[in-house]
Design a protein around this ligand. Structure first.
Ligand code: HEC
Length: 486
């Protein structure tokens, strides 16, 4: 019967499902990362734009004047402007603040509360404080080549930042102070680096990823449960169907065997019982017709023949009925310790007339009082069949020997004769129900071979074995084993 490898299918389907979920997880993590970049970029751009706007405002006014104090000292780099420091009509001292100075001050102001916010730098800084670090230099060099945006994830003093940079172009309002360095409108004056701390965005991203992982895990578990449930039920159904199919096949086999047995039974009844009865009827008619003429000796001889024929016929009938009952499993099996000598003598007594009629000697060579563990009816049937077979196939004046040997675990009993033996061809068929050969004895005795089948069934029922050795023309030796007594 075709067996489906469920384990393999389970593994394949579960793997496919797991791969699908794994792919979805991968996509979702990727999306969270993209969303994180997008969000932080927007925030950085807004922050950058605001810085630029304030600077622009200051720049368009050519700088703004503020009261001089310790944070807002006059800028030495503005010394070339003659009105850098002025005094108001009521005597307050003011100084000019350029956009870069303001930006720096604002970043300084916000540093403590908001962390690093940005840095203004240039490849040709007026103020060495505005010199670019390594990363800034890379960005500035790229802007010189025409790039307009540079983003970078960086760590400033151990804190992760997202850095957003755009080039700072020279406009007309810048020229008031930067024309003297040779800048023209459209030149890259420098760049404004806007830094946004990423920790908050990272937190949101990680939370997103975690919750979608939980969702996927949940979906995965549900999927696995559904798959296992469906597969389990499918497997159960298929198993049940297989069992049903097997039962049908088995039943069919049994029915077929029953049919074969029945046919055999009918053919035995029809064919094999006919001839012994014909012999019986013939003999008895012969006796009836000649009763007046026959001497007492002649009458005796024919009566003996009739008796033997009747005995054989009865034995045959008994075998057939017994066999039929064995096939139906109706034979009781009650093994117990039995005296083998007693059983053998019993069987020999019954068969003596047949043996005498052919001048056959039955010798019995069993040492001591051998005991076997067997069912009495079965053992008698086996012995009777083997001995009557031997009589049947032994010539006038032959000998039959019953022997036995015992070991601790089993007893071997043998029935041998010096009769016609069995051909190689028939040896193969002898214990096969489908081809038991019909046999004719040395004195044209008939039989079915059913007896041997019975012997085999009964011996095997005891856990023993039956076997035959024979050579055509020299005789046969049937032996079987039985358990030793307990
Ligand atoms: C009122 C004068 C003034 C104006 C207007 C002005 N700047 Fe400046 N800028 C300065 C001075 C002075 C410095 C250098 C000292 C400092 O850091 O304060 C500077 C520094 C800078 C720096 C930093 C690099 C460096 O050289 O130290 C950049 C970049 C810059 N300016 C760009 C601009 C741009 C672009 C404009 C026009 C939108 C502009 N500035 C308008 C005076 C000015």
């Amino acid at each position: 019967m075709k067996q489906i490898n469920f384990k393999k299918y389970n593994i394949i389907i579960l793997t496919l499902w797991t791969l699908t979920i794994a792919f979805a997880v991968y996509r979702s993590v990727l999306e969270s990362n993209q969303q994180f970049e997008k969000n932080i970029k927007i925030v950085a751009r807004i922050s950058y734009q605001k810085d630029i706007l304030y600077r622009k405002w200051v720049s368009t006014h050519g700088g703004v004047y503020v009261t001089i104090n310790k944070d807002s000292r006059p800028n030495p780099y503005l010394s070339f402007i003659k009105n850098r420091d002025i005094v108001t009509t009521n005597g307050d001292s003011l100084t000019l603040i350029n956009p870069a100075y303001m930006t720096r001050q604002i970043y300084e102001l916000g540093k403590d509360d908001y962390g690093a916010m940005g840095h203004l730098s240039s490849l040709k800084p007026i103020n060495p404080f505005n010199a670019p670090d390594h990363n800034e230099k890379q960005a500035l060099l790229r802007f010189e080549k025409g790039d307009t945006l540079f983003v970078n994830n960086d760590t400033i003093k151990g804190i992760p930042y997202f850095v957003y940079v755009r080039p700072f172009m020279t406009e007309s309002s810048c020229l008031k102070c930067h024309a003297q360095q040779g800048y023209k409108i459209g030149d890259v004056r420098g760049a404004l680096f806007t830094a946004v701390p990423t920790s908050e965005f990272l937190k949101i991203k990680n939370h997103d990823i975690k919750s979608s992982l939980m969702t996927f895990l949940f979906v995965w578990v549900i999927g696995v449960s559904v798959i296992l449930f469906v597969m389990y039920n499918l497997q159960k159904q298929i198993k049940a169907r297989n069992i049903a199919e097997e039962t049908i096949i088995q039943t069919n086999k049994e029915l077929h065997q029953l049919n074969v047995d029945k046919d055999r039974f009918i053919s035995i009844l029809g064919h094999d019982l006919r001839s012994p009865f014909t012999a019986l009827i013939g003999l008895s008619e012969f006796l009836k017709e000649n009763l007046q003429k026959f001497s007492i000796n002649e009458t005796n001889k024919i009566a003996d023949d009739i008796n033997i024929a009747a005995q054989n016929t009865f034995n045959l009938l008994e075998d057939i009925l017994l066999w039929a009952r064995t096939q139906q499993g109706k034979i009781p099996f009650n093994p117990r310790n039995l005296d083998l000598t007693e059983i053998s003598n019993n069987v020999i007594d019954i068969l003596k007339p047949s043996a005498l009629a052919k001048n056959i000697t039955i010798s019995y060579s069993i040492a001591g009082n051998l005991t076997v563990f067997a069912d009495i009816d079965m053992l008698k049937t086996v012995l009777r069949n083997l001995v009557s077979n031997a009589i049947k196939f032994t010539h006038n004046g032959g000998t039959i020997n019953i022997g036995a040997g015992q070991t601790d675990s089993f007893t071997t009993i043998s029935v041998s004769d010096d009769g016609v033996g069995i051909s190689q061809e028939n040896m193969a068929k002898i214990f096969d129900v489908s081809q038991v050969p019909t046999t004719i004895g040395t004195e044209r005795e008939t039989g079915t071979g059913l007896g041997l089948l019975l012997c085999k069934d009964f011996v095997e029922k005891h856990g023993g074995k039956i076997r035959v050795e024979s050579e055509a023309g020299k005789g046969s030796n049937f032996s079987f084993t039985l358990p030793s007594p307990i």
